[in-house]
Design a protein around this ligand. Structure first.
Ligand code: FPP
Ligand code: ZN
Ligand code: K
Length: 532
């Protein structure tokens, strides 16, 4: 057995792990019972203090007592080979997280009823569905604290149900009657009845209405008031406040861009806008891309505001926003340092967990399956359409296998409760159910966006006039919204499909995070309504 102890340098973490594992697995030293799956795994239980030289697990597949061999690459079953030996509170919680995930990843968790031959659990669809439906019903009084975020529950649940293949048009009438009273006459939707309009809750309402679809849903939105309200939120530095007088951040910019293009609002500013200029040289999209650019940090990731800490949730907002303003091959390539962003995004994926963290030195969490995982289709569209950047030379820029393993083993409640979650030990909730499924969908599909056509009028216009007038900006974003994102199931060039076919969920639009047909139907409707 090879030893990694050379010239007096030891790797104490593996020793600690091994000792912890021995403590946790008394069965390995007793001959009384059949070992649980994985306990017969080579090397793992054989260590003793006298055997402390053999402290790195060998790459041996996990063997099972029933002669069934689960094919789990050792990358996902053991501690990373290279680690910083400095112990800090951060490294401790990281190790605790690995310990909590390993039984799930190794095919050993008693919570999981069925593991397939790849050591992957099946999607607990039959319990996720009622879990989601319950959050769309009447909620008990103790949940009153969520009042300010009610629209989020509509979007999270309707979106997750849609990903699972449910027809959500049955919720249309109830949704319309509920959100009608969240809308303010001065534009936008608040979280609860009588609440101030907020960009996040308005974004959630608009997406929820798009998901249920239909004229009744589209007609509930007062688009003219919405446009006036957005003009008041637009700031001279290019960004958007999230509510009148509130904070300005990149969520605001992304939510505004989504709302403007789904509702096909004009880009001209009202004189009430803090960004208004008499010469009309400023519109709703002026300076947005530059605002996003200022949010890229020294780490390569994106922060919520210029000069703050990079976080995965903001990376998605940044890329989504740029992909709305123009074709990602131009907007992302022109405004962000793409290689450094890819490096930062890649660093968010951890082994052995396989899932993503939201920021440097923090823990894996299922919701980043979307916030970080959802960045990759946009990055790929950028690379493949750009002649300034090299094409993505890998079939995938992240380990889809790792993400799928994390989601299906660690990221779901495997029991009757259903729902998806942050990590083992955490309770599932509607937010995580939505975004973990979004991430699963991103990992299971592959997107192709037509490259920008260099001969198109919009490109010429953008290059010649610097994309400053409202009509130029409108032409570019119009083309971006109409561009066809072709989707294929990702079959994997790096091995067999590790999940069961029945667990493939629906694809969603990589920018708008709702099905492409919902984006189309809503935009088509507002394109045909008389006047504005
Ligand atoms: C840190 O939480 C989280 C953030 C700084 C950003 C949260 C923002 C979003 C999830 C989405 C915003 C997007 C829209 C479209 C409204 P934490 O410290 O609890 O988590 P961490 O340890 O994983 O960073
Ligand atoms: Zn989370
Ligand atoms: K390219």
């Amino acid at each position: 057995m090879p030893s990694v102890r050379q010239k007096g340098v030891a790797f104490p973490w593996n020793l600690a792990t091994q000792q912890r594992q021995q403590q946790r697995c008394p069965a390995s030293t007793s001959s009384s019972s059949t070992p649980a799956p994985g306990q017969a795994r080579a090397n793992r239980d054989s260590g003793s203090d006298s055997d402390s030289d053999s402290i790195v697990d060998e790459e041996i597949p996990v063997h099972f007592p029933n002669n069934n061999t689960m094919k789990i690459p050792s990358l996902f079953t053991q501690y990373p080979v290279v680690r910083d030996p400095l112990v800090t509170p951060t490294s401790r919680v990281q190790d605790e997280t690995i310990e909590a995930c390993l039984p799930f990843l190794r095919g050993e968790s008693d919570d999981v009823t069925t593991y397939n031959e790849h050591g992957v659990a099946s999607l607990n669809r039959e319990n996720h569905l009622p879990f989601l439906r319950q959050w769309l019903g009447r909620l008990p009084g103790r949940l009153m604290g969520f009042d300010a975020g009610r629209p989020w529950f509509f979007y999270w649940c309707l979106s997750a149900l849609t990903l699972l293949g449910e027809d959500v048009t049955q919720y249309r009438a109830d949704l319309v009657e509920t959100v009608r009273y969240l809308q303010n006459p001065e534009g936008g939707f608040g979280g609860g009845f009588g609440h101030l309009s907020h960009l996040a809750t308005t974004y959630a309402v608009v997406l929820a209405l798009a998901l249920v679809g239909g004229e009744e849903a589209y007609d509930v939105i007062d688009r003219k008031a919405m446009w006036r309200w957005l003009c008041r939120l637009k700031q001279p530095d290019g960004g958007f406040q999230v509510c009148v007088g509130g904070e300005e951040d990149i969520r605001g910019a992304y939510c505004a861009a989504v709302i403007i293009t789904l509702l096909r609002l004009p880009l001209e500013l009202t004189p009430e806008s803090p960004a208004y200029k008499e010469d009309r040289s400023v519109n709703l999209f002026t300076g947005v891309a530059d605002y996003v650019r200022r949010c890229q940090t020294y780490e390569g990731g994106i922060s919520g505001q210029p000069n703050a800490e990079a976080h995965g949730a903001y990376a998605f907002c940044a890329l989504g926003c740029l992909a709305i303003l123009d074709h990602p091959a131009r907007s992302i390539a022109n405004y962000l340092d793409v290689p450094r962003l890819i490096s930062w995004l890649s660093s968010r994926q951890y082994a052995p967990e396989g899932g993503f963290s939201g920021r440097t030195n923090k823990l894996v969490d299922g919701c980043y399956s979307h916030w970080v995982g959802g960045c990759f289709p946009l990055i790929e569209a950028c690379l493949n359409g750009s002649d300034k950047l090299p094409p993505a030379d890998e079939p995938s820029l992240f380990s889809r296998e790792g993400l799928i393993r994390y989601i299906l083993t660690c990221g779901q409640d495997h029991g009757r409760m259903g729902g998806l979650r942050d990590k083992p030990g955490k309770f599932p909730d509607a937010y995580h159910t939505c975004y973990v499924l979004n991430g699963l969908s991103a990992a299971q599909h592959q997107w192709e966006l037509d490259p920008p056509s260099s001969s198109s009028i919009t490109t010429t216009v953008a290059e010649e006039r610097g994309n400053d007038t409202a009509s130029d900006a409108a032409a570019l974003s119009e083309a971006a919204a109409e561009a066809v994102w072709a989707v294929l199931p990702y079959l994997g060039e790096d091995g067999p499909q590790i999940f069961d076919n029945k667990d493939r969920i629906r694809p969603i639009h990589p920018v708008y995070t709702i099905p492409t047909r919902s984006v189309k139907a809503m935009r088509e409707y507002y394109g045909t309504v008389e006047g504005f």
